[in-house]
Design a protein around this ligand. Structure first.
Ligand code: SF4
Ligand SMILES: [Zn+2]
Length: 388
């Protein structure tokens, strides 16, 4: 007898109960579950160190500890369209595992000796009690304060209540809360990103963080799903302008494609190309006068907030890339700008692909093609024009 195959990819060929289960199908497949539970819960996902800048502008080394946690509560019920953090999580992580991961990280990096900053990332929010046991939150906050390290944590907005932040600040008076705002635009937050919080909630969170005297870092996304290159450039410029005053630091995350996500499906269907590195150069050139109204360099008196761009997987097909020949030089210039804040880093950069990119931006912003005219759009161009 022929078995009917349903479009669910989950379990024993039973129909999905909710749309959410279909969207999350890659995460729920048996191979994904098996892989997740093959991780050792007593070891963090990654531990490494990088050069960084302290809040006062001094150079330092920062430790980054990415813990293996239960993941993000927003992901459990819905989730952002680009987020592949679920790949690093385990459903059964407990306080003792997190403490073991923390001890492992300290051992691995000699108790963070010589490092001024520690970034503790949890594939969710450190201050969310449903994700991270409170005693572990306290361990991280207390130990970083005792060691005299500036702590960076990540959080969604709803955890940044005055009460929770006051509790955290009583344990550690010197930390930065990094919030993945992604877009300073409610429509984009809702329809492109499925962020699950609004701009209003971000404004409230920022006010609370400021009230307790801590620092705000804002992540903005360059080219979210369902957005073309030209719109991404115009929108992101506006978001930087709108978020600069409220942030001590803005970090631009150019989209990179993580496996099993919605953006991964668009990418594999050739309906989405990760950003051009040229767009990031143009973004920096357009926003530098917003960040430095008097034309200063990084850390100068006129700086409204710090602006950094670290393109993940630059030059790779799943990260920001150009033609393949110039990626290394353009990527390196962007990285240098994040440290120096000097537009001269881009002097003399050019390549034949720049004209292709420029045409794409021009067409995206002058023709009514919703998802843009980028090279990987498959199908006849006339169909794209009819699509809106
Ligand atoms: S809030 Fe952050 S961790 Fe949670 S689903 Fe969105 S991007 Fe992922
Ligand atoms: Zn090129």
């Amino acid at each position: 007898m022929k078995t009917e195959i349903r479009l669910n990819l989950i379990g024993d060929n039973k129909p999905a109960e909710r749309l959410h289960d279909l969207v999350k199908a890659p995460e729920n497949t048996s191979w994904a579950q098996e892989k997740k539970h093959s991780w050792d819960a007593s070891e963090p996902a990654t531990v490494y160190y990088t050069p960084e800048m302290m809040p006062d502008g001094k150079q330092t080394t920062a430790a980054t500890v990415i813990l293996r946690t239960k993941g993000c509560h927003w992901w459990w019920s819905s989730g952002c369209t680009f987020c592949g953090y679920f790949n690093d999580t385990r459903d059964d992580v407990e306080s003792k595992d997190l403490h073991a991961q923390w001890e492992y990280s300290k051992r691995k990096l000699s108790n963070f000796e010589g490092m001024g900053m520690v970034k503790v990332y949890t594939s969710g929010s450190l201050l969310e009690d449903r994700e991270i046991p409170v005693d572990f939150q306290e361990t991280v906050l207390r130990e970083c304060a005792e060691m005299g390290k500036h702590l960076i944590i990540e959080s969604r907005t709803e955890q940044c209540t005055l009460e929770k932040l006051q509790w955290a600040s009583n344990i550690n008076p010197d930390f930065t809360v990094a919030i993945g705002l992604e877009a300073h635009d409610d429509e984009v937050l809702r329809f492109h990103i499925n962020k699950g919080f609004s701009l209003k909630s971000w404004v409230r969170a920022v006010e609370n963080i400021r009230k307790v005297g801590q620092r705000v870092k804002t992540y903005l996304m360059f080219k979210p799903p369902f957005m073309n290159e030209g719109d991404a450039l115009e929108q992101c410029t506006k978001w930087i302008r709108d978020a600069a005053e409220a942030s001590d630091e803005i970090s631009i995350n150019p989209m990179n494609i993580q496996r099993g996500t919605i953006i991964d499906r668009l990418f594999r269907a050739r309906e989405y190309r990760p950003p051009w590195l040229w767009s990031l150069v143009e973004l920096i050139q357009r926003t530098h006068p917003i960040i430095h109204p008097k034309g200063g360099l990084a850390g100068a008196e006129d700086q409204i907030c710090r602006l950094i761009i670290h393109p993940t997987a630059a030059g790779r097909v799943r990260g920001s890339h150009n033609c393949g020949k110039c990626d290394k030089h353009v990527g390196a210039a962007i990285e240098r700008y994040s440290v120096s804040g000097d537009l001269r880093e881009f002097d003399g950069l050019d390549c034949a692909c720049r004209t292709v990119w420029l045409n794409e931006i021009h067409l995206d912003t002058s023709t009514p093609v919703v998802l843009g005219v980028g090279i990987p759009r498959r199908g006849p161009i006339l169909e794209h024009l009819r699509a809106p």
